[in-house]
Design a protein around this ligand. Structure first.
Ligand code: ZN
Ligand code: ZN
Length: 413
């Protein structure tokens, strides 16, 4: 049993509601959580009301029920999206409901399910959810994602331990990664951490960088061009109405968009990549004029080759993120098998789609204009870790001068 579990859980709930969603008086937040995460979700509901929420929409899910439905329901239901649910999404879009999703499912929840059923369901849901998702993607409503340890996840992370010890270990790791100690001060610690991230981001934005040059002893030798007008983002976001919120808890990264056509050289992986439950390890990726032209992996090579060929955009980069080597998540040495945590362990890149928030003026641009400015578009977005203890990143400014960005795996400024 974890020491001070209840008070740590309370601190976690405050972090999700007060820093994550930052619920304002009169708002109607929506929370989704599995029934296995009820303890944390109920605390979040209570805190929302304490913050003056007009109402809270609590949507419970149940992994068991979800799986039974995918396995046994009539196949016609997956290509339909019921009208009453569509109405719910248009209500949430109209009310600009802040959303919190507490993720806590078995990583193998959908194993053995016909992928056609999953794809049909995603497709059927995409149109009715479009208005709401667009508000979400363009940060016009507050949204946050946090994770809740459950037994199957804990077992996947610590396969050698008995189930109860594995779950305790995972809770401990999640609390540590989220700077939760039980002293009730996680919110203050996060305010300080977030302001240091945003200071770093504004330094990077003031440099007007043209490209980044990565080198390390693994053999990484990579030039990443940055689009004109790129924006470094770190920590929290603001809605157009000026409400600050934190989408990912925890977060350690400062990231921007690479220019999709200006990446050249080779990069070596610093950590294994977990892709839909499979591990790809010790891999390298070579780029020519932005495009991935060669992929090698000691383990899982064919999976990586498939992943970068999913569509046209999958073979170009969409994100470049800086995370110091001494981040608490990397220091824990734990592979969480969950991107929310693992992408905060090290400097990473992602192949696939870019985030429009990483380009100045993107709000008024069409998809084609975003691509013209160097952003990438794809149905996929896969983060992979490249940051080692000896990683150097040299920045080249638009005026041709150079500036040290990373030395020995951490920020040089
Ligand atoms: Zn990232
Ligand atoms: Zn990413």
């Amino acid at each position: 049993m974890i020491k001070d579990f209840e008070s740590k859980l309370e601190e976690y709930a405050h972090l999700l509601v007060d820093i994550g969603m930052n619920v304002q008086p009169g708002q109607t937040p929506r929370i989704t959580a599995s029934v296995d995460c009820a303890g944390l979700a109920r605390k979040c509901v209570r805190i929302c009301y304490e913050r003056g929420a007009k109402d809270v929409i609590m949507d419970w899910t149940d992994g068991f029920v979800t799986r039974q439905r995918y396995l046994h329901a009539d196949s016609s239901v997956f290509s339909e999206f019921p009208g009453y649910l569509a109405e719910k999404f248009s209500f949430m879009a109209q009310e600009k409901c802040p959303v919190l999703s507490i993720a806590g499912d078995d990583p193998a929840l959908l194993s053995g399910v016909d992928p056609l059923r999953i794809r049909a369901q995603q497709k059927a849901a995409s149109l009715p959810r479009k208005a709401f998702n667009e508000l979400l993607m363009s940060n016009r409503i507050q949204w946050a994602v946090g994770a809740h340890p459950v037994l199957p996840w804990a077992h996947a992370v610590f396969p050698g331990l008995d189930p109860e010890s594995a779950l305790d270990m995972l809770w401990d790791a999640v609390f540590t990664a989220c700077r939760i100690t039980g002293d009730g001060k996680a919110v203050e610690r996060w305010e300080a951490h977030l302001s240091s991230l945003s200071e770093k981001a504004s330094v990077l934005n003031s440099l007007d960088l043209k490209e980044l040059r990565y080198t390390n002893s693994l053999g990484t030798d990579l030039v990443i061009g940055l689009p004109e007008g790129h924006v470094w983002v770190g920590g929290s976001d603001d809605t157009d109405g000026g409400i600050t919120f934190l989408p990912n808890i925890p977060t350690e990264e400062i990231f921007t968009a690479p220019h999709r056509l200006k990446v050249d050289g080779i990069v070596y992986s610093a950590m294994p990549l977990s892709l839909e439950g499979n591990i790809i390890d010790n891999f390298s990726i070579r780029f020519e004029r932005g495009k991935i032209v060669e992929v090698h992996a000691e383990k899982g090579e064919y999976l990586l080759k498939e992943a970068v060929a999913l569509d046209d955009g999958a073979s170009y980069l969409g994100e470049v993120a800086l995370v110091p080597f001494d981040s608490p998540i990397r220091k824990s040495g734990i592979m969480f098998l969950n991107t929310l945590f693992d992408e905060n362990a090290s400097c990473h890149l992602a192949f696939g789609s870019s985030y429009p928030e990483n380009l100045k003026g993107s709000g008024d641009m069409s998809k084609d204009e975003l691509i013209e400015h160097g952003l990438n578009d794809s149905i996929t977005h896969v983060d992979f870790m490249v940051g080692t203890q000896d990683l150097s990143i040299e920045g080249i400014r638009r005026d041709g001068t150079s500036v040290a960005i990373f030395r020995d795996g951490s920020f040089a400024f």
